[in-house]
Design a protein around this ligand. Structure first.
Ligand code: SF4
Length: 172
């Protein structure tokens, strides 16, 4: 029993240390980690939900900086040459939105931690508007009888869980 408890403590310490290492590296230094998706440390253990957008999700990490929660999204790939992809920025914008609705304080930015550096995504009103529009299109697509495929990537279809029911499936 004592061995098991010791093991849990050691694993816990290692997770905190590893998380700290991730956010400390390449410029994500300041701020207390209040949540890690790996083991639910801190106040946020369930997905955050936005009633306004009908959206839910959890960032990989939440930092608390000067009373404001900042989402950190970790990508295993290197940073794209031209900076973060639009889809990555929108993902962080979604977390910023969820955080604002949950905590009542708007983060002015979120962080994407790539394997070789970090990218700060400014959570400005233009990006929020883009997010709101995209989520609106998504909801419309979800309730539509038929949605036209928006890409030509076979691999994407190969990995897709809608493959069996999708009439636009590229694997056929
Ligand atoms: S199987 Fe259909 S839904 Fe899935 S990625 Fe391909 S086109 Fe999109």
């Amino acid at each position: 029993m004592i061995l098991l408890v010791t093991l849990f403590i050691v694993v816990g310490i290692l997770l905190v240390w590893f998380g700290r290492r991730i956010v400390n590296s390449a410029g994500v230094a300041d701020g207390q980690i209040v949540y890690m998706d790996t083991h639910g440390k801190g106040r946020v253990t369930k997905s955050l939900y936005s009633k306004r957008l009908g959206l839910s999700g959890k960032p990989d990490y939440l930092l608390l900086r000067k009373g404001v929660h900042i989402p950190v999204e970790v990508k295993s790939s290197p940073m794209p040459i031209k900076g973060a992809y639009r889809s990555h920025k929108l993902q962080v914008a979604a977390y910023c939105h969820l955080i604002e609705e949950y905590f009542g304080v708007r983060p002015t930015y979120g962080i994407i931690k790539y394997s070789d550096g970090t990218y700060n995504v400014e959570y400005c009103h233009e990006l929020e508007k883009e997010l709101t529009d995209i989520v609106g299109y998504m909801h419309a697509d979800i309730s539509a009888a038929n949605v036209i495929r928006s890409h030509r990537y076979l691999n994407r279809c190969l990995d897709c869980s809608f493959q069996i029911v999708c009439g636009d499936n590229l694997t056929r």
